[in-house]
Design a binder for this molecule. Structure first.
Ligand code: ATP
Length: 198
């Protein structure tokens, strides 16, 4: 049984290895980015705080978050980014911590895909932290292929802890500059090790 945090920079391959590991270990995956998006869209307290503290126009006529506007605003003003994270992160953290306690008492593995794990000092909550790393060029290439502008990706990368610093802190490192098959092979090795610890 283990509570595993998977972290790494934008486009490093966190979600991809989480889905490999989830299948191999039959473990539930908690995607903090997805839950943060859902929280922003549906949590009334969060929505009110965002309207009040970020922008009254933060939600469109359809009631959904105006992600383009928010992205532009936090890109221009880093303080707004910090504020938005302060509104969202405690709620997201409470959700994965509650879930990890549930899994801990029932046995099994639980995997949390959490980009800012070290930046937010969350390592204390995990039995093991896996860092997914790759070259900065690979990160840029992958993130741009998903439709983000190069400057946007570079700006996000500047706000994240450098990959090598994360690597130095990791319990385990997965280097993902190769093929998906190579990544899957690393996931299998990792799953075997975790299986031994079960
Ligand atoms: P983000 O932090 O931006 O959400 P991430 O770290 O979760 O990103 P993924 O979503 O897993 O990264 O991967 C980014 C993109 O790169 C995806 O389209 C994924 O399919 C692709 N990818 C990941 N690893 C590889 C690989 N080894 N070979 C080819 N494509 C890959």
């Amino acid at each position: 049984m283990a509570i595993i945090g998977v972290t790494g920079g934008i486009g490093s391959g966190k979600s991809t290895i989480c889905s490999f590991l989830g299948a191999l270990l039959q473990a539930e995956i908690f995607d903090t980015d997805r839950i943060a998006k859902e929280t922003l869209a549906h949590d009334e307290v969060v929505r009110e705080a965002v309207k009040r503290e970020i922008s009254p126009q933060a939600f469109g006529k359809d009631g959904l978050p105006d992600r383009d506007l928010l992205r532009r605003m936090i890109f221009k003003n880093p303080l707004l980014k910090v504020r938005l994270e302060e509104i969202l992160h405690p709620r997201v953290r409470a959700a994965w911590r509650a879930k990890s306690e549930e899994v801990r008492s029932s046995g099994g593995h639980f995997i949390v895909d959490i980009p800012l794990l070290y930046e937010n000092g969350a390592e204390v909550f995990f039995d093991m932290v896996v860092v997914v790393g790759c070259a900065a060029d690979t990160q840029l290439h992958r993130a741009c292929a998903r439709g983000l502008a190069r400057e946007q990706v570079e700006a996000i990368m500047r706000t994240q802890m450098p990959t090598l610093e994360k690597v130095a802190r990791a319990d385990l490192v997965v280097w993902n500059d190769g093929s998906l098959l190579q990544l899957e092979a690393q996931a299998k090795e990792l799953a075997m090790r975790l299986g031994d610890k079960a």
